[in-house]
Design a protein around this ligand. Structure first.
Ligand code: TEU
Ligand code: CA
Length: 556
């Protein structure tokens, strides 16, 4: 049996600082802005805040390119603001975890500056340098943001590896001093009072020795993901750092599956508490193709992903659950309907997220039903990978209309438009010009409206979070699919023998009927929550569902 832990019972709220709240009118969200909104965050009912990177950074990738891990990005404030933020979060009874970007640094980090000085600089081996092979790149790897994964450095006459942008050189984890350097940074932040880390692309830190050429992108990823020394590094990090604090960890692990998941989060493994798996956010778009093209998906595929992920760790380790993050389109626009049934859809997804087994992560704005944005020119987009993909595809003959359409569905900027606080200009996010445009729907969708309307998505989130907290069976109870082949309804049981919760979710915009004869064995069937104002009093054997209707019953 798994142990009870505070981080298993917590609900996490993710903040993307650049887009959360601007306190000084420069158009960029900042730490003082976050501090001013902590009461709001607390009122949602969440326990932990995950703060995306706020370290000093030249911002080629909005802070995922770090030039100094012990300082705060100029635009966000300074270290005193950070100390105040930590103290205030704690005062309000919440915890704070930070983003640790340890696969790469910025090329403006002093380690890299020294490293590129010369081949014999003591810091040379902090990064992955290779000489040219027959006059070209050391191997044929591609960057995850597009283009080649190697950059030639004139000065020292070699190439360095960058799995992401050119300005994000990969650290060489084979080098013990690099690992020690990262562990020191982690200690430094724990001493400052933080409660844990979300670890960026952590499963990519150990590369296959010899860095072999790959026939395709999938094969390349197999040389990068969960490489030969990954678990050794995680256990070392746990021994040297994590085990010394009552902290929580979650590793971003795109592409980690099966046994490798168990090895990373198995409770007897002493590596990480949880990982983020990405299967459900790859269903409608093949991330490996890099062209942002939509592909068809079915609800039964979606169900299988959640079932497999739960089943794999049953009694072994703990899952994380999320529907979106700062790299993904808005879940509401993607998995449900952000138009006619926006409110019903958002509440349905809230019911889903908060009744899964695993720690739920809510992304800023999800709780008020923010939607994807559709800027009509590429000039309004800011994300480097969106811009790269647009230019690349357009130069290869795809029309710009077609590319904008794909971008409207899948750009990372869908998640990065400013938080919509009120109906005033720029949604109350800034008094200046925002770094990225506000979604024009802010007059209708904003926090002030949501808080004052008892029927809002926001209040539904609060109710769902409370329900989860009041029922340990919704946290630790088993997860079992019901009617798994249904292509419109996602239904499952949560709980234990004595008390089961039946969750029934219509993922379609049609009216439909959920039939479940086995339901007749339960004497007591209490409807606990539903996203329609006048729920019909059906028995769980036969429920008529309206578009995107969600219901949860307690069965005894
Ligand atoms: O994301 C890693 C990652 O795999 C993403 O680039 C993903 O492929 C893409 O966003 C899907 O659209 C992490 C961070 O979450 C992301 O914001 C960073 O840009 C990236 O690492 C590099 O640090
Ligand atoms: Ca600011």
């Amino acid at each position: 049996e798994l142990k009870r832990k505070w981080w298993k019972e917590a609900v996490v709220y993710q903040i993307y600082p650049r887009s959360f709240m601007d306190s000084n009118g420069d158009g960029i969200g900042d730490l003082r802005g976050i501090i001013s909104k902590l009461d709001y965050v607390r009122r949602i009912g969440v326990d932990v805040i995950w703060l995306c990177p706020v370290y000093k950074s030249p911002n080629c990738d909005n802070g995922y390119d770090i030039s100094d891990y012990r300082a705060v990005m100029d635009e966000f404030g300074d270290i005193n603001d950070m100390k105040e933020l930590i103290a205030e979060v704690h005062n309000k009874g919440m915890k704070l975890i930070m983003d640790l970007v340890a696969n790469h640094t910025s090329d403006e980090h002093e380690w890299f500056t020294w490293s590129r000085e010369s081949k014999d600089n003591p810091y040379r081996d902090y990064y992955i340098w290779k000489p040219a092979t027959c006059g070209h790149e050391p191997n044929n790897w591609m960057s995850l943001f597009g283009g080649k994964a190697w950059k030639y450095d004139e000065k020292s006459g070699e190439y360095y590896l960058h799995l992401f942008a050119e300005k994000q050189p990969d650290l060489n984890w084979e080098n013990e001093r690099v690992r020690k350097g990262i562990y020191d940074i982690m200690h430094w932040w724990f001493e400052l009072g933080i409660d844990g880390f979300r670890m960026d692309v952590i499963n990519m830190i150990s590369k296959t020795l010899g860095l072999p050429n790959a026939d395709n992108f999938g094969e390349q990823m197999s040389y990068i993901i969960n490489g030969p020394r990954f678990h050794e590094y995680m256990q070392e990090m746990n021994r040297e750092v994590l085990s010394k604090y009552d902290c929580m960890t979650v590793g971003e692990c795109f592409g980690t599956v099966g046994e490798e998941v168990i090895k990373t989060v198995g409770e007897d493994r002493n590596e990480l508490n949880m990982i983020f798996r990405m299967e459900h956010v790859c269903l409608d778009m093949d991330i490996m193709s890099g062209n942002m093209k939509r592909q068809d998906w079915t609800l039964s595929d979606f169900k299988k992903i959640f079932w497999e992920k739960d089943h794999l760790l049953d009694g072994v380790g703990w899952n994380s659950q999320f529907l979106m993050n700062h790299d993904q389109p808005r879940a509401l626009s993607r998995f449900a309907d952000d138009k006619e049934y926006r409110v019903e859809s958002a509440k349905m997804l809230a019911t889903f997220l908060l009744t899964l087994r695993g720690t739920p992560y809510i992304y800023q704005g999800e709780e008020i039903g923010m939607t994807n944005v559709a800027f009509d020119t590429i000039d309004d987009y800011r994300d480097l990978s969106t811009i790269y993909t647009y230019n690349f595809e357009v130069s290869n003959g795809v029309t710009s209309e077609e590319m904008l359409e794909r971008i409207h569905s899948f750009s990372r900027d869908n998640a990065r438009t400013p938080m919509q606080w009120d109906a005033s200009e720029n949604a109350g996010f800034t008094k200046g010009t925002p770094w990225i445009k506000v979604n024009p729907n802010y007059k209708e969708i904003n926090v002030v409206r949501a808080e004052s309307d008892k029927e809002s998505i926001y209040h539904y989130y609060r109710d769902m979070i409370q329900l989860r907290k009041d029922n340990l069976n919704l946290i630790y109870g088993s997860f079992q699919l019901v009617a798994e082949d249904d292509e419109k309804v996602f239904a499952y049981l949560r709980g234990a023998e004595a008390e089961q919760f039946l969750v029934v979710l219509n993922f379609s915009g049609d009216e439909t009927r959920f039939m479940w004869q086995e339901g007749s064995v339960y004497k007591s069937q209490e409807l606990v929550i539903s996203n329609y104002a006048d729920p019909k009093l059906d028995t769980v054997c036969d429920i008529k569902l309206r578009p995107f209707e969600a219901r949860m019953y307690k069965l005894i």
